[in-house]
Design a binder for this molecule. Structure first.
Ligand SMILES: C[S@@+](CC[C@H](N)C(=O)[O-])C[C@H]1O[C@@H](n2cnc3c(N)ncnc32)[C@H](O)[C@@H]1O
Length: 205
């Protein structure tokens, strides 16, 4: 996958790297099935998503499919130009708007979204600083009381091996709680499940 992407404003931006086999898996029926049977029940138990969800890093869009059938609107922000354009085409004339750009600085309206979702994205960002910039931006664009849900890989040898030639900036679940609080989010609930963890927090209401 390309290392550089251009945003809708024409600005060139550094892209994360997702290796080809990883991308193929993220577009596969197996992944769609895992999302339906494993991730979806957890998302539904995390709290109300409301009417307009902001999804960060949809990739091929199977997580977007999961969300779009359950809420009125989804705005999905994808930094990778080819993935973003392909998703715009596939989901044209649906309740999804796909924005091609860097979610840390795409300039969406403040206090706008009823929930934010970020599945397997944070570790594909170039640095912890970049992840923190995303948290600041998500806090800005969420409505008061809105939830922020996510899934992240744990820093395990097996996971690092799967990210060969790929970006892997691990997120520590305990540190995540402190980092989210530092930008204004409330308490973080985490579920650690083998090779990954899920989290939910909320912008103060
Ligand atoms: C591993 S994929 C996850 C795809 C999908 N969420 C899933 O779980 O099937 C991570 C995606 O996040 C995107 N991404 C990484 N950093 C981003 C950023 N700053 N803004 C928007 N998208 C980003 C990548 O381009 C990639 O498509």
């Amino acid at each position: 996958m390309a290392v550089w992407a251009a945003t809708d404003t024409g600005e060139a931006s550094y892209n994360c790297f997702v290796n080809e086999s990883h991308l193929q898996y993220l577009a596969s029926p197996e992944w769609a099935h895992t999302l339906e049977t494993d991730l979806l029940p957890w998302v539904e138990s995390a709290g109300p998503l409301g009417d307009h969800v902001l999804e960060i890093g949809p990739g091929p869009g199977l997580t977007t499919d999961l969300l779009r059938h359950r809420v009125s609107r989804v705005t999905a922000v994808e930094i990778d130009l080819s993935l973003g354009r392909a998703l715009q085409t596939r989901l044209a004339d649906t309740n999804v708007e796909v924005v091609v750009g860097d979610a840390t600085k795409v300039g969406l309206p403040a206090d706008h979204f009823s929930a934010a979702a970020c599945f397997s994205v944070l570790h594909h960002m170039a640095s912890a600083d970049e992840q923190d910039r995303l948290f600041v931006e998500l806090h800005r664009v969420l409505r008061p009381g809105a939830i922020f849900v996510g899934q992240e890989s744990l820093d395990l040898d097996m996971i690092r091996a799967g990210h060969a030639d790929d970006t892997f900036t691990a997120v520590d679940p305990e540190e995540l709680s402190v980092r989210l609080a530092a930008v204004g989010f409330g308490p973080l609930a985490t579920d650690i499940l083998g090779y990954h963890f899920r989290f939910v927090t909320r912008k103060a209401g």
